[in-house]
Design a protein around this ligand. Sequence first.
Ligand code: SF4
Length: 335
Amino acid sequence: MTNANQKLIEAIDLRKEFTVKMKGKGRIREVKTLKAVDGINIYVNEGETLGIVGESGCGKTTTAKLLLGLYPPTSGKIVLGDRDISKLDKKQLKDFRRKAQMVFQDPYESLNPRFRIKDTIMEPLEIHGIGKDKHERYELAKEILEESGLKPADQFMERFPHEMSGGQRQRVAIARALVLDPAFLIADEPVSMLDVSIRAGILRLLRKMILDKNLAGVVISHDISLVRYTSDRTAVMYLGKIVEQGNTEELIKKRYHPYTQALLEAVPNPDPELKLSLQKIKGEAPNPVDLPTGCRFHPRCIKCMEICKSVEPKEIDMGHGHKVMCHLYGGDKNE
Ligand code: SF4
C-alpha cells in the first residue's frame, strides 16, 4: 500500500505490569500481577499504518498508552526516531507529546461539551505556542477542519459538540489531533461508537490523513475486518502477547495462528477464498491475572497439543517479516 520504510516508532521487548489486589469478604486476600503487555516488539514506519487487533482486555489500549508515553513501561523501551522516550527531558517530552497524538473511541466524551469547535481545535495550538496570534490559530483551525471534511469550516467553528452528529464530532477529534502536525497518530477503536453507515467515511479520512501527511499510524480494533481496511501491517494481540504480525493481506491470507483464524471466523466475509479453513474459538479469554501455563491460548485452541500446555511458544519468522508464535510451526521453521 505504501513505499514508506523509515521506522518512526518502535517498541522493544515492551512490558507493562499492574498490581491487582484481589478482595474476598471485604479484605485484600491476595496481591497479583497483571501482565497487560508482556514483551512485545512492534514498529511503525512513516506513512504506514499498523493495525493492532484482539479481544477487549488483550492489552491493546495499554500498548497505545505506552506508545504515547502516558504509562511508564515496567521494562523494555520505546524509541521514537533514535530517541528512547523514557530518557527525554521535560522540554523534549513536551515536544514528543505534540508529535504523538491520539483519537479516542468515544467522540461524545473526548470533546469538551462547553467548548465551541473553534476553541477545541485552537486549544492545543495555544498550549504548544503555535501560531503568532489568535487570528493565525483561528485560520489554522479552519484549515484542518476543512481537511477533515467539515466544509465550509465557518459553518462549524461556532458550534458546540452537542450541535453535531457522532461522525462530525469524530472528524473534529481527528482535526484536533492533526492540527499540531504530529508525526505519530493512534486511533483507538475510532469508529466503534459510530453508526455503521458513517464508519467507512471516518476510516477513509484517517487513512488519507496518515498517507497525505506521511504519519506513522496505529489503528486499534477488536474487528480484524476494520484493520484490514485501514492498515498496511497488522499485529494480532492475545493476553499481552503479539501472537502473529505481518503484512495485513498476507496475514489474512495465511493466518497461521489459530487465534487469527478464530478472529477471522467472527467476521462475515464475502470472499469465498477467505472462508477456507476457518476455525471456531472456544469459550472466553482467561482472567489475565491467572494466565494459563504454556501457550496462553491453549485452553481455547482447537489445535492444542500436549506441548502447548506447558511450553510457551517462541516467535517464528515465517518470511518477509511475517511472525507467528505457535508450536504448530516448530521452533526453527524459517521459510
Ligand atoms: Fe494452539 Fe498450541 Fe499454537 Fe497455542 S501453541 S495456538 S495451543 S497450537
